[in-house]
Design a protein around this ligand. Structure first.
Ligand code: AMP
Length: 394
């Protein structure tokens, strides 16, 4: 795959698929701006070369044209972050869009209206993709968050360009995953948490050959504990995955992967912030109580493994981190990953809720890389090829 550094964009119009699907408040103001900041290196490179940038994105889930989800609301913020006056056109295909693209001069940036105002975008419609393709000379994909979708702007449009490139952000996502799953910097440790075994099983199977340690936390713990004959009270359990849990333990042994399961749990007498809590052994949870976080002994044991690791992948919280009494395990594991990173380990956090946890507890700058695409990263961890990336390889 070619990247943007393989091209000189002088006098070229780059059609860039970005992910500006940012949160807007009631006044239509942008909340978290990290996705816009993520696109800056790519736009900077193109403008510095003497090219121009046409940015296209979706925003929200509109059914047809819906002013609430207009990209017009983010023009000021995009201008501020990119440091240029961004032009806006209230269409993404058609005469108006073509005119605006034609008039664009080197050093200028044009933002198109929401791609999802057209149902053809999500359908991957060829006619719609062809119209988008007429707007630029080179196609750049920098939208990792939608790379797992075969939409017109992420996958189909590529077919109508001779020159196409991976953007800086998308490149960083791919590289960081390769750094983790193709790593010779051992030991490699994966930390998997979150609610259920069923949503992580494909990830586990895919990474087994690439890791030395697998640390397990979160709600999926109790399916393993119960499968091994432990008492788990009213903790979350997937009764139909007990055999699968034992199978995972068997496979790990076969493949020489050391699985670490919690020793103790923070238990609560209800699923609420003001529940009574206790710390008990993970396999001695009384009826009427449920495990909602890993306990201090577990944190200590996990910390020792993490701080000896050279490569770390973290997916999924260790407990119900949204409630303060059950956030300690997730925070402590984050601290150990940050400490390992400081000692030179490469750490990647990605694929779902752990990203929210990492941002909430301020670990973002203390790990090596935080992925920007929950679903897309999860699919990559599952070993699936993403249509947006495959299209760039063709
Ligand atoms: P996932 O999207 O699979 O990574 O799951 C994340 C969710 O798992 C978070 O909302 C957590 O609150 C939840 N979770 C973590 N630990 C537990 C637990 N012990 N019991 C129930 N839910 C949990």
């Amino acid at each position: 795959m070619k990247t943007i550094s393989d091209y000189n964009f002088k006098d070229k119009k780059a059609l860039i698929r970005v992910d500006f699907n940012v949160p807007l408040n009631e006044q239509q103001e942008v909340g978290d701006t990290s996705r816009i900041e993520g696109a800056k290196p790519t736009v900077d490179k193109i403008l510095n070369d003497g090219g121009s940038a046409i940015l296209m994105s979706h925003l929200g889930r509109p059914k047809g044209v819906d002013k609430k989800n207009s990209l017009r609301h983010i023009v000021a913020k995009v201008s501020e972050i990119l440091g240029v006056d961004v032009q806006f056109v209230d269409e993404c295909v058609g005469e108006k869009a073509q005119q605006a693209a034609r008039n664009l001069k080197p050093g200028e940036v044009l933002l198109l209206e929401n791609l999802r105002f057209h149902a053809e975008e999500e359908k991957g419609d060829v006619g719609f993709a062809k119209k988008l393709a007429t707007l630029g000379d080179i196609y750049v994909n920098d939208a990792f968050g939608t790379a797992h979708r075969a939409h017109a702007s992420t996958t189909i449009v590529v077919n109508y360009f001779k020159e196409k490139a991976v953007g800086s952000l998308l490149g960083k996502e791919i590289d960081s995953l390769e750094k983790v799953l193709g790593s010779s910097e051992k030991p490699v440790t994966a930390v998997l948490g979150g609610a259920k075994v069923s949503t992580k099983i494909t990830v586990i199977e895919n990474i087994f050959d690439k890791i030395d340690h697998l640390i397990i936390g979160g709600g999926m713990t109790y399916t393993f504990t119960k499968a091994q004959g432990g008492e788990i009270g009213d903790s979350l359990v997937e009764e139909d995955k007990l055999e699968l849990a034992l199978e995972i333990l068997r496979k790990a042994e076969e493949k020489g992967v050391k699985i670490h399961l919690p020793k103790d749990s923070v238990i609560a007498d209800s699923f609420s912030e003001d529940a009574s809590t206790k710390i008990v052994l993970v396999d001695e949870i009384p009826d009427g109580w449920m495990g909602l976080d890993i306990g201090p002994e577990t944190v200590k044991k996990y910390g020792e493994v993490l701080e000896k690791s050279k490569t770390i992948l973290w997916n999924g919280p260790m407990g119900v981190f949204e409630m303060q009494p059950f956030a300690k395990g997730t925070i402590a594991v984050g601290e150990h990953i940050a400490a390992a990173t400081k000692k030179g380990a490469f750490s990647l956090v990605g694929g779902g809720d752990s990203v929210a946890a990492v941002k909430q507890f301020g670990f973002e700058d203390r790990v090596s890389y935080v992925s920007t695409g929950g679903g897309a990263m999860l699919e990559m961890l599952e070993g699936k090829s993403l249509p947006g990336i495959e299209a760039l390889k063709r």
